[in-house]
Design a protein around this ligand. Structure first.
Ligand code: NAD
Length: 254
């Protein structure tokens, strides 16, 4: 175990699987106490048990990040069990697939509720606590798709662009209180989210190859993103705020 995140108490939303789960594991290895917030109870408990078996500190809270009541409950449990968070990784996200003329109004609203509104809902209750402990780091999960249009994902791509800009506004507001806010923009990462999208395609293997070819470094792993999140969570990035951190396999350099 290293100590890049020693003395950090981190909330990671959507941490029962994928990038969030890998981040929880690596944050704990680096010395953070980690609150795993997710709607997937069994998977969330597995992530926490694995961390504890490896001598880390972690706690699972069942929390739907679109519900302010559940968020308040999860924060209370987190504070009682691990302490006041000084790191918040707003990672939970979903990807609604479908062109503007295809997706329903409910799907559009749900996309924004999970990917954008949740950041407001969680941050507004965590920030007053962070302030009490002298500040902290907020990492908001965006995407390469904040910068690249994908025809099948107008709701998703625009929600991620909103995350980048929301982070900038939060950053300038809270800098004077030592609360840094950055966004993280991964390329395409090999998780169940990607696999579920590929499974919906007629020719998933060909689509995967196409996505791979679109990125100079191919498709990334959850670990690639978790290490970037460690940097943003740690004091190593103490002069960085409002920045979209690109870890996108080079697609934006094409
Ligand atoms: P994933 O689907 O494997 O994991 C997302 C997690 O969020 C799941 O555990 C899920 O249960 C949880 N979640 C979803 N809705 C929730 C809610 N309302 N409340 C609480 N938890 C909820 O996806 P992933 O690939 O690990 O993606 C994680 C984040 O990274 C997302 O924000 C995603 O948009 C972003 N991202 C992913 C990729 C990629 O290619 N995989 C690329 C760029 C950005």
């Amino acid at each position: 175990m290293a100590d890049r995140l020693k003395n950090k108490v981190a909330v990671i939303t959507g941490a029962a699987r994928g990038i969030g789960a890998k981040s929880a594991e690596i944050f704990a290895q680096e010395g953070a106490a980690v609150a795993v917030w997710d709607v997937l109870e069994e998977r969330g408990h597995t992530v926490v048990n694995n961390i504890i078996e490896n001598n880390g500190r972690a706690f699972f809270c069942r929390c739907d990040v679109t519900s302010s009541n559940q968020i308040e409950g999860a924060l209370d449990q987190t504070i009682s069990n691990l302490g006041i968070p000084n790191v918040l990784f707003n990672n939970a996200g979903i990807a609604v697939v479908g062109e503007i003329e295809e997706i329903s109004e409910e799907e559009w609203d749900h996309q924004y509720a999970v990917n954008v509104k949740s950041i407001y809902l969680v941050s507004r209750v965590v920030i007053p606590n962070m302030r009490q402990v002298g500040g902290g780091s907020i990492i908001n999960m965006a995407s390469e798709s904040a910068y690249v249009g994908f025809p099948m994902h107008p709701a998703y791509t625009s929600s991620k662009a909103a995350v980048v800009h929301l982070s900038r506004s939060m950053a300038v507001r809270y800098a004077s209180e030592s609360i840094r806010v950055n966004s993280l923009c991964p390329g395409t990462i090999d998780t169940e989210l990607l696999q579920e999208f590929l499974d919906q395609q007629e020719n998933g293997d060909a689509v995967k190859k196409e996505i791979e070819d679109m990125h100079p470094l191919g498709i990334g792993t959850s670990e690639d993103i978790a290490w970037a999140a460690v940097y943003l969570a740690s004091d190593e990035s103490k002069y960085m705020t409002g920045a979209p951190m690109l870890v996108e396999g080079g697609i934006l350099s094409l």
